[in-house]
Design a protein around this ligand. Structure first.
Ligand code: ATP
Length: 249
């Protein structure tokens, strides 16, 4: 990926880099035009959060790591924005928790599915699911329901960053533990999540990986205690408060 030529000390470096990656993703056929709009919306929320991981998001990331380590079959779902922004970090998280990686698009085309799978492989993700599409999520129309039978369809824990509200609701109804990363605490996806993470995906995924590595020697009881301690409504409330007050919870 060719990144921007501005110094990392620039105060808007992360934000400009993120924008550049999304633009490059559109040029490469990975990110959709709707993905550009989603990016703009996310940036606005992140600006109000102070472009930082607030304490409640860090706690959610730790709870997400505990769920993933307890899972029998965890899957990390990847769409066009996630692939453009943090392909290597998807692979690192999947490796840390033993998860599958599955491409899962709102506007599914075979070309874009293939371009994203190739892009993920170029960034070290060896096995990419989503192209078989032999499973369905009940309650969604045909194209948006498509998943892999041995991937998201049979997963017990799914990480769905930047997911559309309808599909997040339908996945929740399948009794999966749903970990949503979304900068808008009021989005339907965040509201239906078992673990809503109100943080930028570029900070959230590496931080879940750090927590997973720290917790790798923990017992099931310890992991279950972290899961039980987490309260989704409290996390959403804290994030909304931080956004309304400019970064303070
Ligand atoms: P919903 O259907 O869930 O109520 P929505 O219609 O806003 O919400 P989309 O526009 O499809 O959903 O999804 C974009 C969401 O992704 C927005 O809530 C936006 O804040 C979030 N988002 C965009 N970029 C990022 C990012 N880099 N990290 C985390 N979240 C992001």
């Amino acid at each position: 990926m060719s990144d921007i030529e501005i110094p990392e000390s620039h105060p808007r470096y992360q934000s400009l880099l993120t924008r550049h990656r999304i633009e490059a993703g559109v040029e490469k056929g990975i990110t959709s035009n709707q993905g550009l709009i989603a990016q703009g919306r996310g940036e606005a929320f992140d600006y109000l959060l102070g472009e930082q991981t607030i304490p409640s998001a860090d706690a959610a990331e730790r709870a997400a790591a505990a769920h993933l380590l307890l899972a029998d079959h965890p899957v990390v779902s990847v769409n066009g924005n996630v692939a453009a922004l943090c392909p290597a970090e998807v692979g690192e998280l999947a490796e840390a928790v033993g998860a599958d990686v599955e491409v899962n698009l709102f506007n599914r085309t075979e070309e874009r599915m293939q371009a994203i799978a190739d892009h993920l492989r170029e960034h070290g993700v060896d096995e990419v699911k989503g192209l078989t599409a032999d499973g369905r999520i009940p309650g969604l129309d045909h194209e948006r329901a498509k998943v892999d039978a041995d991937g998201i369809r049979s997963a017990d824990v799914v990480v769905v960053p930047l997911e559309d509200g309808d599909r997040a609701e339908a996945l929740g109804e399948m009794d999966k533990v749903e970990i949503v990363v979304d900068l808008n605490p009021m989005s339907r996806s965040a509201q239906v999540a078992t673990v809503p993470i109100v943080d930028n995906i570029i900070r959230a995924l590496p931080n879940i990986t750090v927590h997973a590595e720290e917790l790798s020697g923990a017992s099931c009881e310890e992991l279950e205690a972290i899961v039980a301690d987490f309260d989704a409504d409290d996390a959403l409330g804290a994030a909304e408060k931080a956004i309304r007050s400019g970064g303070d919870e």
